[in-house]
Write a protein of this length. Structure first.
Lengths: 114, 113
């Protein structure tokens, strides 16, 4: 079975500061990795994903995540956050090669303060 | 194009009543998933459909929960004899084949009084 650990349930930073949201996973088989974002009172939106190839993936709004197989991590980073980045962020894994369920972490609530 | 839609957006019911939650996936998506989001449990998988069949029902918490999908499109999640612990946001997602990304709907917030 797979599991995902998001080490911080809440992170609070000031606007324009860098941020890292941590995600570690456990799986006996190869997985795909995802970050989803949930803005207040909205549904889940895909932020970025790692399926194969380059271990560094980027989103259109400046977030990036790096797949580290040896450390089984997929941490999310942004060098300079905006107030509009305030949201809950979920890391998720899925077994490779099948239409299979996502296993989510508990989420990290990111609050960006002015 | 249109995304995943769910109805109703909010449902308040009394303990013991049955409820039906509906999901309309993105057109052409053969895979459909139901998840539940609650404060105590986070995001939990409930059931997965490929076409009209459900190869994975492992997340359904009890036999009060059932789901069906017809015509390879719309899906209905039914909860019988609702309990207060069923209160949660029920999320539907769909995806294409070969497997890639799951796209989520806005969810149905269920409150059992």
């Amino acid at each position: 079975a797979q599991s995902v650990t998001q080490l911080d349930s809440q992170v609070s930073v000031f606007e324009e500061a860098p941020v890292e949201l941590r995600c570690n996973y456990s799986s006996s088989v190869s997985v795909y990795l995802f970050w989803y974002v949930q803005y207040p009172n909205q549904g889940l939106q895909l932020l970025l994903k790692y399926l194969s190839g380059s271990t560094l993936v980027e989103s259109i709004n400046g977030f990036e995540a790096e797949f580290n197989k040896s450390q089984t991590s997929f941490h999310l980073r942004k060098p300079s956050v905006h107030i509009s980045d305030t949201a809950e962020y979920f890391c998720a894994v899925r077994i490779k090669g099948s239409n299979y369920k996502l296993t989510f972490g508990k989420g990290t609530l990111l609050t960006v303060n002015p | 194009g249109a995304g995943v839609s769910q109805s109703p957006s909010n449902k308040v019911t009394e303990k013991g009543k049955d409820v039906e939650l509906r999901c309309d996936p993105i057109s052409g998506h053969t895979a459909l998933y139901w998840y539940r989001q609650s404060l105590g449990q986070g995001l939990e998988f409930l059931i997965y459909f490929q076409g009209n069949s459900a190869p994975d029902k492992s997340g359904l918490p009890s036999d009060r929960f059932s789901a069906e999908r017809t015509g390879g499109s719309v899906s209905t999640l039914t909860i019988q004899r609702t309990q207060q612990e069923d209160s949660a946001v029920y999320l539907c997602a769909s995806g294409s084949s070969p497997p890639d990304t799951q796209y989520f709907g806005p969810g149905t917030r269920l409150t059992v009084l």
